[in-house]
Each structure stands twice: as C-alpha cells, then as structure tokens.
Design a protein around this ligand. Structure first.
Ligand code: LMR
Length: 400
C-alpha cells in the first residue's frame, strides 16, 4: 500500500535533536532546537512552575474536557499579558481568543481561519528567512506563501529598505507575518521607530498583520518591552491576528500551551468570530490540553507567582545575554577568529545567526560533535560556562 511513499527529509530543527541524541561523544553540544538550558546545560523547570504544580496538586483538579477554545480564565489572563491591561479592544471585549496547542497550533488555527474567512486575500508574506515551520504551516492551511526581504547578509542586520519596498509592492489586503520580538532565526528585530514605519506601510497598503509572539519576555527580560510591536499596532488602529506561546517564557515546551487571538470591531463581531474559531478547531483536535493551561493560569493569576515568573524570565534572558558577551570575547579577543562577530552581541533573543555556511555547520557536527541548524543558527541557550570555550574553539577551527 505504501510502496509509492517516498522517504522524506528529517525536520531541519527537530532532526538535529535526533542526530545529537545518537552522538555518544561526551563533548557533544546541542545548539539546534530553541529550548532553554541552565548553567549546567540541563533543561530548566521554573520555580514559578514548580510552585504552580504544588498549588494545583493541592486542589486535585479533575481531568474533564476543556471547552473548545480552552480555559476561559487562562485565555483572559494571557490576552492581558499580550495586549496590555489598558488595551482598548481588550477593555471593550472585542478580542476573540482561543487556547491553542502552543505557538505552532496557534499559527495553524490562524492560517485555517484566515483561509476560510479573511475576505481580502489568500496570500501571506513571510520574512526571508523565517522559522522553517512557518512555510508548511501556512501552505497546509491553504494560503499562498510569499516572502518579503528581512535580513541583510552584508550588514548582518535588518534589510529595512528591502522590507518596506516588498510590503509596498504587495497586493492590497495581503496578510503579513511579523515576528513580534526575537526574530527566529536571525535575532534581528526592528527598532521601535522602524516598527512605527512598518505599521504605517501596512496601514497604507491595507495589509493584514499577523504577529507571531513566541518569545514575550525572553528577548529583553521584560514582557512589556517585548510586546511593544503588538501594542503599537493595536493602538494605531490595526486589527491584528496574534499567536502566543508559553513554551519558552514559562519553559512549558512539552505542555503545549499557547493562544490564538484576533482583534475585532466590537463585542458582537467577536462573538461571531468566536463561533467560527470553534468550528475551525473542533474537527482539528476537539479541545486543547488541560494541564499546562492550569499551570500557566495559576502563574498569571497569582501576584506572587507572577512576580517570581517575571524574575525568572529576566534571569533566563540575562544568562543568554552574558553568553553572547562571553562568546564574542572568546572569538574576537582570545582566539582572533577570522570574521566580524559583533552581531553575536547585538542579536536579540534565543538565537544567534552566526553566518556560518552549511559545510561549516556540517563540519562542526562531524568533527566537533557540535549541532546547529544548517542555516548557521545557534541556540545561545545551549551555551554555558562549561562548554562555551570548547564551542568557540570548534568554531575557530571550522572557519579557519
Ligand atoms: C526552534 O526554532 O528551535 C523552536 O521554535 C522549536 C521548534 O519547534 O522548532
């Protein structure tokens, strides 16, 4: 029956984890997948999450189904976190929010909803490059995927002129995917002034902004600062779509906790949109998982746990920033590795886009047991005091 099914390639990101697991060398380092590791290279369960677990256990919650759009209290808290307590559509009850199977699930619901109900276009523009999974997510949702310029290889920064030109040339009404903060894979974000200009271009071309906010708090250490773009767009009259994830900022990777939301005209329109979100979701997976939503809700709804969580997000962001400094210092001052490495310090969030070529990435895996994605992206969170020197020396050998 399946004789004509061709073998597919491994996933460009999760396939790296498989290769890493199969490597038996004790020096091995996994800088492929974006998952936070502590100073000892171990997965990190946040204290706020541990405390939320204890609180939950004490109440011995049941295991009933959640509603199709998830835990109402949680979706309310999470929308407030993203849009801000003073958000006008939030206060007016005009944001349709649903829980989702983390960020990917949110994007998938959004893609499916837009393919079915967005009246102006079936085209979505993604930054070049973007997170690899964005492309199949939106294609599988039934949208036509196109690219807009984002990264300038020469300056190792934002190609702002190219970005504006491409958005200006997009057909009226097209959808534009924007990384709200900590752009994956480049680590290059627009400045606040550039966001304001992007917002103006999108308004003048009547494009539809769809934000992917997978790293709120993780980029700068402040959930408010990282929500700047989303809140700026809403304040300036855009209706937006938003995907949120609690994988990174709460370390709830495997619990699959996320949200999809749409700002609407008013509470009545929101009600209609809500009803159609349910119709999109029910045949996909019926309703979302319970446990992670209860945990995230316990944190967002409890002042003490919330404070502790914000402190821990800041701590994770700061450890990554300190690794950026250390790696830059090793490559530039100690090893005098050929090339310009300033971008390692200036890039934002979990990743650094090193500029290493696929053959160099391959050599790092084969010779040094260091795993990264073939586009030269490294997860800074995989580096720590014990492995950063070995990593820098391996990079030095790979590029010489
Ligand atoms: C990544 O880019 O490494 C993360 O977003 C994890 C994933 O699912 O790819």
């Amino acid at each position: 029956t399946w004789s004509a099914v061709p073998a597919g390639p491994p996933d460009p990101i999760l396939g790296i984890t498989e290769a890493f697991k199969a490597d038996k060398d004790p020096r091995k380092i996994n800088l492929g997948v974006g998952a936070y590791r502590d100073e000892n290279g171990k997965p990190y369960v946040l204290n706020a999450v541990k405390k939320a677990e204890s609180l939950l256990t004490a109440t011995s919650p049941d295991k009933e189904y959640l509603p199709i759009t998830g835990l109402p209290e949680f979706t309310k808290h999470a929308a407030k976190l993203a849009y801000g307590a003073d958000s006008v559509p939030l206060k007016e009850g005009a944001i349709a929010v649903t829980q989702s199977i983390s960020g990917t699930g949110a994007l998938r619901i959004g893609g499916a909803f837009l393919a079915r109900h967005y009246p102006h276009s079936k085209i979505i523009y993604l930054p070049v490059p973007t997170w690899g999974n964005h492309i199949p997510i939106f294609k599988d949702s039934g949208l036509e995927v196109r690219g807009y310029r984002y990264f300038d290889k020469k300056s190792v920064g934002l190609d702002f002129e190219g970005l504006k030109e491409d958005l200006n040339n997009a057909p009226e009404g097209a959808i534009v995917l924007l990384h709200a903060c900590a752009h994956n894979p480049t680590g290059v974000d627009p400045t606040h002034a550039q966001w304001a200009e992007i917002s103006d271009v999108i308004a003048s071309k009547k494009l539809f902004p769809f934000f992917d906010m997978a790293y709120q708090g993780f980029a700068s250490g402040s959930t408010t600062h990282d929500a700047f773009a989303v809140r700026h767009f809403v304040k300036h009259g855009h209706q937006i779509a938003l995907a949120q994830s609690f994988a990174k900022n709460m370390g709830l990777y495997g619990e699959r906790v996320g949200l999809f939301s749409l700002t609407t005209k008013d509470a009545e329109e929101k009600k209609r949109v809500d009803s159609q979100l349910k119709i999109v979701i029910r045949p996909m997976y019926s309703n979302p998982p319970l446990h992670g939503a209860l945990l995230a809700n316990a944190i967002l709804g409890n002042e003490e746990l919330y404070q502790e969580w914000e402190g821990e997000v800041k701590g994770m962001a700061e450890r990554i920033i300190s690794m950026r400094e250390r790696l830059y210092g090793l490559l530039t001052n100690e090893l005098k590795t050929p090339g310009e490495w300033g971008h390692i310090k200036s890039q934002i969030g979990m990743f650094s886009f090193t500029g290493m070529k696929p053959e160099q990435c391959k050599a790092l895996a084969e010779k040094a047991h260091v795993y990264l994605t073939m586009d030269g992206r490294i997860s800074m969170a995989g580096l720590n005091g014990s492995n950063v020197e070995y990593f820098a020396a391996s990079v030095d050998a790979a590029v010489k």
